[in-house]
Design a binder for this molecule. Sequence first.
Ligand SMILES: [Zn+2]
Length: 66
Amino acid sequence: MNETKNINHCLNCNASENEMPLVNLVFAGKPAFICSSCLPVLIHQPQKLIGKLEGAEKISPAKHDH
Ligand SMILES: [Zn+2]
């Protein structure tokens, strides 16, 4: 039995769910996946995801106080 499974990939670095833990998110009504190492990019530098995540230009970066 060959069951074909859809393997999800990180929207930023394209790592597969077999290589990295992927976080499932929904944005603009669409599901997306991002790996744990790219999650900080989404949080602090969402502008880097423009062109990779639809609508990324609308995300405001989280404020962080050091
Ligand atoms: Zn990634």
